[in-house]
Design a protein around this ligand. Structure first.
Ligand code: SAM
Length: 221
């Protein structure tokens, strides 16, 4: 496992002590109260899109990997994260699947990823954590599309600050998390995501649920 520079990124918030409370605070409380996209909807999104050969980017606490239903009993799962703590935490949590781990920065050129190409790649609640890059979110999709098999699907969801319904609480917490450096979604809008996906995939579908956009993308350009 290579060890890239891990400073100056939203990933610094995902240390083991925080991951222990992540399901309760982020997956449940924040999703119901702030973003208004229940974890049941996100689990359904996983259920519909995960494959037997899956890459999970930024797995966090691994809640969805632990709760979703894979189409086969023994899926090949690869976890990619810049921070080693989620990799260790999730490897233990879903040890029944014997996942492979890769420490890599999604904002940089990716090293060779074992088990590629994948029939599904998840990017759930990762984009809004990534610092703004000169190439915008397009760079992320450009980096992951060569990892997708023909017929594969990239999917996920992200909290946006434009084009989706907001509330006093969602605006307040987006601003707070941006000040803390945990979120970098100041310029993330439904239109920007639509355009970034359209540049790299022939087909994509967006669904707005509260302040969250769920996406699926197929057929890399
Ligand atoms: C908000 S958590 C999402 C966790 C999980 N996918 C979920 O939906 O609950 C963001 C994850 O992205 C990872 N991450 C943040 N910046 C990254 C980067 N530049 N490269 C790779 N992973 C990154 C974090 O370490 C963390 O595991």
């Amino acid at each position: 496992m290579s060890t890239p520079d891990t400073t100056d990124h939203g990933q610094v918030f995902y240390h083991t002590n925080r991951l222990n409370g992540y399901d309760l605070v982020t997956v449940k409380a924040a999703n119901y109260l702030l973003w208004r996209c229940p974890p049941t909807r996100l689990t359904e999104h996983y259920d519909k899109n995960v494959s037997g050969r899956h890459l999970d980017i930024g797995p966090g606490s691994g809640y969805y990997l632990d709760h979703c239903t894979f189409p086969i009993p023994d899926p090949s799962i690869t976890l990619l994260d810049l921070n080693p703590d989620p990799l260790t935490f999730v490897s233990q949590r879903i040890s029944r699947y014997h996942p492979t781990t890769v420490q890599a920065d999604l904002l940089d050129d990716l090293p060779p990823i074992p088990n590629a190409p994948f029939d599904s790649i998840a990017l759930n609640y990762v984009l809004h954590c990534l610092p703004e890059h000169p190439s915008g979110r397009q760079g992320v999709f450009a980096r992951i599309k060569p990892l997708l098999s023909q017929g594969g699907v990239a999917f996920g969801s992200t909290v946006v600050t434009g084009g989706a319904p907001a509330t006093f609480l969602s605006n307040a917490f987006n601003a707070l998390y941006q000040r803390m450096g945990a979120f970098h979604n100041q310029n993330d809008t439904v239109d920007a995501l639509h355009s970034a996906l359209g540049q790299h995939f022939e087909d994509h579908v967006l669904e707005i649920r509260g302040s969250v956009v769920l996406f699926t993308a197929r057929r890399p350009r």
